[in-house]
Design a binder for this molecule. Structure first.
Ligand SMILES: [Zn+2]
Length: 356
């Protein structure tokens, strides 16, 4: 699989990767403030594809964003072989065992439906391989779950019986088809990947029926765990383009008549910060020597280094990270420092910001 992919990557890199970015912005894309703080410049800490990624924080509103931001061509390059192709077996293995997390997300809707009942139709946007829908069906057995994503995984999820229908496309291309069709729309780790969060919220509000629910989960850029800096998994470069603080998202929802009815921090926390921070430097500096996007030749020395790093050097660090996460978990949840937040909003009427 590595060899088949090599010509594409080597040609893309040879053509120059500077073309993958929009020009840098002088101001905050959320509030327009020119008061930006350079946070750090990071490598691709998961796949070690070439390039550096800079995160800025707005000193006025707290919005965190990639600046310069990847353009669609760049996003194609960095997403390729991550959720599909070479990366798929590893990513499916990450998502598959998290049943408790998926059920916890679904339970956030329970207080809003009579006991034993649930939504009729639920659309999960950014459905990935369909794991959330698979497990949410155990909480709401009478609900029809559909998924939307660009990858092959959402199509395979139909064959597995995990979702009823796959929308294999981009959300903005499906407005007519989706309008009025779903009582619940969920977006778990979707909005931080899009180029314009508020345009997607406008679209969501147009698509939702009055009384419909929108469930969002996003990284919490205000968590103290951000002291892990470039090694914090929640910054997740190059994929995370925008990370609004909770208050910014709540305000954006309210402006669109999407009334927040529940917020969760402690329940949303996933204790993986330390183990990921322990592993990230090894992933960045000792990638698989056969990875088709590496420009250095595959030498015996690099193969030996890879083997040494992953069998001898990294395991004690990873073990320490695992223990530190378990130790920190209750403290993080009790002190409101969760690495993620969830917001459930109900559509109360038309979007007053709508131009049309
Ligand atoms: Zn701002």
């Amino acid at each position: 699989m590595f060899d088949a992919a090599r010509p594409y990557y080597q040609a893309s890199i040879a053509a120059g990767i500077d073309r993958f970015w929009y020009p840098p912005r002088p101001d905050c894309p959320w509030c327009g403030s020119p008061r930006l703080k350079h946070m750090f410049s990071a490598r691709d800490t998961t796949q070690a594809k070439p390039g550096r990624f800079v995160l800025n924080r707005c000193r006025t509103c707290g919005h965190v964003f990639q600046n310069p931001c990847l353009n669609p061509e760049g996003l194609n390059f960095y997403y390729k072989d991550f959720y599909d192709g070479i990366g798929r077996p590893a990513m499916e293995a990450v998502f598959d065992p998290r049943t408790d997390i998926y059920q916890s997300r679904a339970r956030m809707l329970q207080p809003f439906f009579p006991a034993g009942e649930g939504p009729r139709n639920w659309l999960d946007i950014g459905a990935g391989y369909g794991h959330f829908c698979r497990d949410a069906a155990t909480i709401f057995p009478h609900t029809t779950f559909d998924g939307l994503d660009q990858g092959q995984g959402v199509l395979d999820a139909v064959d597995k019986g995990w979702i009823a229908h796959a929308h294999h496309s981009w959300f903005p291309d499906l407005e007519t088809e989706l309008t009025g069709r779903y009582d619940v729309i969920s977006m778990f780790h979707y909005l931080e990947h899009v180029l314009d969060i508020r345009a997607e919220l406008d679209l969501t509000s147009r698509v939702m029926p009055d009384g419909g629910y929108l469930l969002i989960e996003l990284p919490n850029p205000e968590s103290l765990l951000r002291v892990l800096g470039r090694w914090w998994i929640q910054w997740f470069q190059p994929q995370h383009l925008h990370m609004p603080p909770l208050g910014n998202l709540l305000a954006a929802l309210m402006e669109r008549n999407l009334k927040p009815v529940a917020v969760q921090l402690a329940e949303a926390h996933i204790p993986v910060d330390m183990i990921c921070a322990a592993g990230a430097p090894f992933m960045a500096f000792a990638p698989h020597p056969g990875a088709p996007w590496l420009t250095q030749p595959r030498t015996k020395w690099r193969e030996k280094r890879f083997e040494f790093v992953w069998t001898k050097l990294s395991p004690p660090f990873l073990k320490f990270g695992y223990k530190a996460d378990a130790w920190l978990d209750p403290i993080v949840r009790k002190t409101g420092q969760a690495n993620l937040y969830r917001v459930l909003a109900r559509k109360e009427g038309p979007n007053p910001l709508a131009v049309r």
